[in-house]
Design a protein around this ligand. Sequence first.
Ligand code: ZN
Length: 71
Amino acid sequence: MIHVNVVRYLAIQLLIVQLEEDVMIRFLVILVALSVFAPTLANAHGGGCRKSSPPGQCCHMDNRAGSVHCH
Ligand SMILES: [Zn+2]
């Protein structure tokens, strides 16, 4: 059980160092920004995804352009 406590202590120390260097905060800001803007972009035109969309992509008709595109 001492081993677990040592690992935990080192992990906390590492986090503190990263926070002092502002790296962790930047990383979190990027993560939050991605999680906020990615769904917004995917649903930019609404209408949902076509069943034929490839995995990880969302294809749908762009009513303005009159064509199907994926993102
Ligand atoms: Zn689109």
